[in-house]
Design a protein around this ligand. Structure first.
Ligand SMILES: [Zn+2]
Ligand SMILES: [Zn+2]
Length: 460
């Protein structure tokens, strides 16, 4: 028993010694926060300049791969870095080690250039827990304001159809953003279909690229203006609906992709021929190869005269048992640093070129990375020992795990020295909150801080 007393620090440890330890923790934490501000500056610049756009889906995905951050914290770093770009006061407070990263992370969820100063005061005065509770209350007020705004937009949707004296019909309307997006997309698809139709019948667009001054085959056929094309597209949409009936279909069917492809194109992307989506949109040969790669799509092959040769891809579908084995083996996208759980099967050697549909010739890739290897020049091979090798379009190897960064022998001392050299004098009380221990009334705090708070409960 006497032996164990040495393990129990309590009264035996001089209080001054523990104070010193606490000071050291506080001081180093403030140094780390100051260094984090610099790190976020670098991330913001890297993100803005697209430095991550070398096969990665996002700056966060790159951070996960290169720095080893978990996906959640990586996304938070990028979010906070972007937010601080417009919040100079919060950025400076972090850079001076006066406000912890945790507080800044919370405050940037709600801060705008207009509210930044008030929220900085909250950050300085309160503990991290206070800040979190105030931000939560703040977001509730924001959410209510947003819900009001969305209800307002929904209420003022409308479409007015007038018939003028000359018989022309005039449209005027306001659509909610997501409905507008569907309309814009539908109009674009209809315009594209009309363009294809005109090209197929040798219309005015056939003269594209003819040198100026060359007489057109049909002088009266001026290309229609964009407004005229939109009108034609809307008419086509209306005809299509009346012809096929109004049925938006199940989500799976709505987005099904059907590719019409000239037979030689699949085997060799450089072969002449065309690939056309069901809606008439032209896609590149590589795109049609990607869509056919995981052939849960229907590929219709056409003879040179346009006649349907075969509906062939169903026979190439990766069988369910093989797909399960593939998912089990790959556990999501295999592109370095990705790991998204849902994957498409990619044939390393395309089946149209004789590649077998076997585990060793298949790997899982997410949609974005499947696109990267087909359309963006990324390459993937499986070495004879089974290891996958990804290469950038330049041929440079893209390693699964990047080499670690070189760091000085005593990184803490280096950080201190660097901050001293910047004129930054960080000590144990740099990040101390001004809170004196009184209880926090979040409701009151929000009422006096949030610019919209009073609109939310006007009577109270
Ligand atoms: Zn593929
Ligand atoms: Zn991926």
């Amino acid at each position: 028993m006497e032996l164990r007393t040495a393990d129990i620090p309590t009264a035996l440890e001089p209080a001054a010694e523990l104070d010193r330890l606490g000071h050291e923790i506080a001081e180093l934490s403030a140094h780390l926060d100051a260094a984090t501000a610099h790190l976020l500056d670098l991330i913001r610049e890297f993100d803005a300049r697209g430095g991550w756009n070398t096969g990665f889906r996002s700056c966060a995905a790159w951070l996960t791969w290169r720095v080893g951050l978990s996906p959640g914290p990586a996304r938070e770093h990028v979010r906070v870095a972007r937010a601080l770009g417009t919040l100079p006061l919060l950025r400076q407070a972090l850079a001076r080690g006066e406000l912890s990263y945790s507080k800044v992370r919370e405050l940037t969820r709600v801060a705008t250039p207009e509210t930044e100063e008030r929220l900085l005061a909250v950050g300085r005065a309160g503990t991290a827990e206070h800040v979190e509770r105030i931000v939560r209350g703040w977001r509730r007020v924001d959410a209510k304001a947003e819900a009001r705004e969305s209800a307002r937009r929904h209420a003022c949707r409308g479409l007015h159809v007038y018939r003028g004296e000359d018989g022309m019909v005039t449209l005027r309307g306001r659509l909610e953003p997501e409905v507008g997006a569907v309309l814009v997309q539908a109009l674009a698809a209809a315009r594209e279909a009309l363009y294809q139709r005109r090209r197929a019948t040798g219309g005015a667009d056939g003269t594209e690229g003819v040198p100026a001054g060359t007489p057109r085959a049909d002088i009266s056929a001026e290309p229609p203006s964009l407004a005229q094309q939109q009108a034609d597209a809307l008419a086509l949409l209306a005809e299509t609906v009346l012809h096929h009936g109004i049925d938006p279909g199940a989500p799976g069917e709505r987005y099904q992709v059907v590719v019409h492809v000239d037979a030689p194109v699949l085997a060799d992307p450089d072969a002449p021929g065309q690939s056309v989506l069901e809606d008439g949109t032209h896609v590149s040969a590589e795109t049609s190869r990607r869509l056919a790669c995981d052939a849960s799509r229907v590929v219709m092959r056409h003879a040179p005269d346009g006649q349907l040769l075969e509906v062939g891809a169903r026979t190439r579908t990766i069988p369910p048992a093989l797909r399960r084995a593939l998912h089990h083996r790959d556990q999501g996208c295999r592109f370095p640093g990705c790991g998204l759980p849902s994957g498409q099967g990619h044939h390393i050697r395309h089946w149209a070129q004789g590649g077998p549909t076997t585990l060793s010739n298949l790997l899982s890739l997410c949609r974005a990375h499947h696109r990267a290897v087909h359309e963006e020049g990324y390459q993937v091979d499986r070495r004879s020992d089974g290891v996958l090798q990804f290469r950038r379009p330049t041929g440079q190897l893209l390693p699964e795990v990047p080499p670690p960064a070189a760091i000085p022998a005593d990184p803490v001392q280096a950080l201190r020295a660097q901050h001293e050299a910047q004129g930054l004098h960080i000590h144990a009380r740099t990040a101390m909150p001004g809170w004196l221990g009184e209880p926090l009334d979040v409701g009151y705090a929000i009422d006096v801080l949030h610019p919209l708070a009073l609109q939310t409960h006007p009577t109270s």
